[in-house]
Write a protein that binds this ligand. Sequence first.
Ligand code: ATP
Ligand code: MG
Length: 356
Amino acid sequence: MANVYKIGCMPGDGIGAEVIESAVAVLRACETKCGDFKLEFTDLPYGTAYYKQTGAYLPPDGLDTIRKFDAILFGAVGMPDVPDSVSLWGLLLAMRGPLQQYANLRPVKCLKSIVPAVRTAKPEDIDWVLVRENSEGEYAGQGGRSHRGFDWEVATELAIFTRHGARRILRYAFEIAQARPRKLLTVVSKSNAQRYGMVMWDEVALEVSKEFPDVKWDKMLVDAMTVRMVHKPETLDTIVGSNLHMDILSDLAAALAASIGIAPSANIDPTRQSPSMFEPVHGSAFDIMGKGIANPFGAVWSAAMMLDFLGEAKAGKMIMDAMDSCCEIGQTTGDLGGSLNTAQVTEALIKAINGY
Ligand code: ATP
Ligand code: MG
């Protein structure tokens, strides 16, 4: 009996629908080609249109619905006429917490023939996995404002770090580093300026490192890390840091390795009690929405990560190889230097998969 996976498809806003359509078509081609697993897709309508209709991004039983899936494929959320903080907290962050997706995983590498943005770097120098704490820290949503609008208004934004939260993400990062050939981990911190949370973070890193004697690890202040990523990319492999620090570093990483249009990500519950969610790093990109020119690679790569996570590594690799071969022969969208539209790139990917 073939494994059957229930996938919730949440295209969301903007180019989300365009890139998810592409990812689903590629997954379908892969399913047919492999023949040893089945994917059952269910469309989930949550996004800004749904919010405007109902007044909420998620219905009251939305999380229960979502929990029934094995994985979620997510497009993007956010439209120009709704504040980003409303859409982000209304949908994405409303799912991440309850679903315990406390790890955000972002692999970054140069696909074939893609030249890194930094002159001195060789394509093979950039092959990283970025692990971002996804449930607390600087984005804990705690704080407030008083005396609104007055000159003496005060706004606080509390960063919440718990020992439990730090330990589980650092342990997960050590596990990922251990499973990769170089067994190399860099722990990002800012313990010189942030005296409480980050000092505890460093302590926990040291504690957890003792469980992984075979992993070589070092610690790096986040500011110095930006320089190292640009000038010494080959010294890095797995990188872990707080919610804010890795938010910023992962955009830098994506830019170094090509275009934001190819960057994938996964919101993972490493305990596998809730479904994990796979989404391209880019947003809804309304400047190109409806034009059919969005690069589907970020969504397609995220779909490959999803197959990997579900245990279908062979199928995941098939998708990665298809992306590599499209890049190699220049069958890409404009942001990667090609001249194809989204539908044509999708077709090229499917052709590559069928050719294996
Ligand atoms: P959000 O707030 O939802 O993150 P944003 O506008 O801040 O949206 P993106 O949507 O990621 O950020 O877009 C940033 C820039 O990158 C835009 O100019 C957009 O057109 C471009 N871009 C993003 N994704 C893609 C893609 N898949 N293909 C081509 N260009 C893209
Ligand atoms: Mg943005």
